[in-house]
Design a protein around this ligand. Sequence first.
Ligand SMILES: Cc1cc2nc3c(=O)[nH]c(=O)nc-3n(C[C@H](O)[C@H](O)[C@H](O)COP(=O)(O)O)c2cc1C
Length: 191
Amino acid sequence: MKILIILGSTRPNRESEKVGRWVLREIQKRAEFDAELIDLRDWPLPFYNEVAGPESINGNYSIELAKKWEAKVGEADGFIIIAPEYNHGYPAVLKNALDYTYISWNKKPVSFVSYGGSAGGARSVEQLRQVAVELQMAPLHKGVHIPMIWTAWDETGNKLKDELAWSRRLVPLFDELAWWTKALKTGRQQG
Ligand SMILES: Cc1cc2nc3c(=O)[nH]c(=O)nc-3n(C[C@H](O)[C@H](O)[C@H](O)COP(=O)(O)O)c2cc1C
């Protein structure tokens, strides 16, 4: 089951990369998943500026990168979004990436690992769940939300201070994602 882990921010000293690399390390311990980290820095899509929505233009984007993005998202059976909280919502760069395709998100599950200040990015995730429903995705129940992310790292700056405890919280999220990914993949294959 192919899972894309999407980093939700692109700014220079972002935390999403460290969170995403930790989630990747943990999911790679699970044989049922084939996971890939997606860095939106590698997908510098301009603000959506096509003549109609992605479903209506049916792949006829004015830019090549958008065609490649739709194909990349289309490879996946499920997603984990690494979600920061910006002003009680999600970063614009993440929403833009979500807006760029429609059909490639449809009927696929998405889990969220978030972080931020006191709410651990939970408010961003609540908004993302609404967006996911409109994209005909299945936003999943289990979430991991890391508060005060800037204090969460050990002296190396790359490892969570309490990594074992946080990694344990990923287990039910992965279990749930596996169930839904398999169920929806079967459903899509059966039409
Ligand atoms: C524009 C902006 C707005 C933010 N707004 C919030 C907020 O509303 N609530 C919160 O808990 N943290 C907020 N923060 C703090 C971020 O959650 C924190 O800086 C986090 O590391 C951002 O993710 P990033 O490092 O991957 O960019 C904000 C940060 C930025 C840059």
